[in-house]
Design a protein around this ligand. Sequence first.
Ligand SMILES: Nc1ncnc2c1ncn2[C@@H]1O[C@H](COP(=O)(O)OP(=O)(O)OP(=O)(O)O)[C@@H](O)[C@H]1O
Length: 469
Amino acid sequence: MDAEAVQIGALILAMALVALMFRQRFGRDWREFRLWQAQQRANQPEPTTISQFKPLATSLDPRTLPEAGTALLNPPHDLRVLAHELRQTNKRFVLPLGWRSVQGVVSLVHGSLIDDFTHVQVSGATGSGKDGWVRTALLYLCLTNPAERLQLALVDGKAGLSWLGWREKAHVGLFAEAEHELAPALTWLTEQRLQRQKLLKAAECERWEEYQAHDLPLLVVFISELTLLEQAIGAKQLEQWLNSELTSGRAAGIRYIIATQTFSNLSTRFRSQISLAVAGYQPRDDADEPNTTLPTKAFPSSALPPSRLPCPPAGAGVFSCVQGRNAVTVRTSFIDKTQRQQLLSLLPDRQQALPILEVAPTKAASLPIATEQPLIALAQTPSQSYNRYDLAQLLLQYLNRPDQLLDSELFRNACSIEYKRLRSYAGVARLFWGKDAAPNKSRLIKQALERQANPNEQEMLANLLGTVA
Ligand SMILES: Nc1ncnc2c1ncn2[C@@H]1O[C@H](COP(=O)(O)OP(=O)(O)OP(=O)(O)O)[C@@H](O)[C@H]1O
C-alpha cells in the first residue's frame, strides 16, 4: 500500500514537472510569437493616403542624407520643380511634404488638405526647419489657388519675422504678430467659424465640401509657436479653444497647421483631431510618441522616429511624416529668401484692410464662450424656439460686458427656455459659457429670468408686437 502511494506520488510529481516545463516553454514561445506579430504589423504599414510620385524630372540625385533613413540628400530647392512634379495630381489643395529616395528611386511625398488629411502638426527642435516647411507648403498653396478660393490666417507669435512680405497679400485674411494680437486673433477665428456654420446651415450643407457658392474659401490657419499662445492666454483656455476649433472647424472649411518645438507637455485631447504629424528632430526618445502618436518601437522600417533623425543644422529640413501607423522620412525643399520674394511678388496684393486685432480680453477666463462646448450642448436642446447661432454670436459680442446681455430679448428668452429644461441657473450658465462658467454667470441667468418675468413697459410692448430687442 505504501509502495503504491509512493508510486502515485512520484507519478504526480513527474506530471507536474512536465507541465511546468511545457508552461515555461509555451509561455516563451507565445511571447516570441506576439513580438514577431507586432514587428510584422509595424513593418507592413497600412496603405496611406499621403502618396508619392515617380519623378518627372530625371536628373534628381538619388543619394540619401547619412543617418536620415530615406530622406533625400539634395532635394530640389526650386519651387518650379515641385510644381512640375505635382502636376501629376488631380487633387485639390495639395501640400508638398518632402522628398525621399528608396533603392535609387526618388519620390515626392504629398497630400491634400481636403482628401487626405485635415489638421497638421509640425514639430522639431529649434532650427529643424519647421518654419521653412510651412512657408514652402503655404507658398505652394497660394501659387496654385486664387485668393477667392484660399485664405490664410497667420498667427505668428515670433513677431512675423518669417513672414515678411505676406501681410500685404490678398491671400492673407488675418495676420497676428504682436503678443497683444494673439488672443484677439483666436476670437476672430472663432467668429469666422461661427459665421461659416451659419452660412452652411442656411445653405443646408453639413460640410464645407458640399457648399456650392463661391463666397467661402478654404481657410488655412497657421499657428507658429503654440507655447507663445499658451503664455498669452493660459494653458487651460488654449486647450479648450483648440479642442473646439479643431473639432468643428473641419466641417466649416477651416484647416489648422500648428507648429511647436515639441508637443510633449501639451494636452492629448486636441491632438486627436490632428491627422498628419510632420515631426523633425527631437533630442529625447520619450518625445517620439507625443510628436507623432507612434511609440519609438512602433515605427515602421520606412521611417525613423524623431529622436533618431540627424540633429540640426545637418538634419535641418528632415521630417518623419506620420499618418496613423504609416510613416515616411523625407527632406523638404528649402526655398531661399531671394526665390521666396520673387514668388511672393507674383501673388496679388490685397484690396481691403486686414481685420484690426483689438486689445485682447485680459483675463484668460473670458475667452470665447461661444465655442464648441456650448454649441454642442445647445444643438441638443429639445425645444429650439430661439436661434442658437444668433445666441452664440451675442454671447461672443458681450464677452467682456456680460451685464449688457440682460437687455437682449433673445438672451432672456433663451435663459427662460433653458431654465425650464435644466432647472438650474448654474446649468444654464454652463450651457452658455462652458463648464468653467463663473458663479457670476449663474447670477446673470437669475437676473435675466427675473427681468423676463417682470418686463418693463417698453419690453412688454416689444414682446406684444413680436419684435426682438
Ligand atoms: N529643407 C531644408 N534644407 C536645408 N536647410 C534647411 C531646410 N529647412 C531649413 N533649413 C535651414 O535651417 C534653418 C532653420 O530653419 P527654420 O527657421 O525653418 O527652423 P525652425 O524649426 O522654425 O526653428 P525655430 O524653432 O528656432 O524657429 C534655416 O535658416 C535654414 O538654413
